[in-house]
Design a protein around this ligand. Structure first.
Ligand code: TYD
Length: 139
């Protein structure tokens, strides 16, 4: 079945000492987390990402500051603004995505369903469109 991009609202435990959010395997996410990485100290105007994955599913969270996740599934760009540390954006495999428009001191946390594997990356947009087609995903 084709999975869809979706925002997942994480629990937020409001506390006057400071708020707390969490996620754990088996509940908030539609996959088991195998890897975490984070992007920070992004100079103004820079972009990260700009590729798709053959198999990897992920969620992206703006732990601090804000940035945009720009998605292209072959029918133009869609922009998701992330600026809450309790909002996770779920991105399934075979979705072209980039991270842009980082605010000063923003911190992007990415939780991934696989360990790092360069061979899982699709870095060419036309190859991405072909991979979608050969996996039976229409635009
Ligand atoms: P990459 O995912 O290619 O970043 P971007 O798509 O924003 O250019 O990662 C950049 C480099 O970091 C890549 O060449 C290898 C390394 N890297 C790891 O070693 N492990 C990881 O989990 C990630 C995400 C990247």
């Amino acid at each position: 079945m084709i999975q869809r991009i979706k925002k997942i609202q994480l629990p937020k435990i409001v506390d006057e000492r400071g708020n707390l959010s969490f996620l754990e395997n088996g509940s908030q996410l539609p996959f088991e987390v195998k890897r975490a990485y984070w992007i920070y100290d992004v100079p103004g105007g820079e972009k990260r990402g700009g590729h798709a994955y053959m198999e990897l599913d992920e969620v992206v969270i703006a732990l601090s500051g804000s940035f945009d996740v720009v998605i292209n599934e072959g029918d133009g760009e869609k922009r998701y603004v992330l600026n809450r540390s309790y909002d996770a954006l779920y991105i399934p495999h075979l979705v072209w995505r980039s991270l842009e428009n980082f605010s000063t001191n923003s911190l992007a946390l990415i939780l991934a369903s696989t360990t790092y594997n360069e061979r899982d990356y699709i870095r060419d947009f036309n190859a991405y469109l072909k991979a979608r087609e050969s996996n039976g995903i229409s635009i």
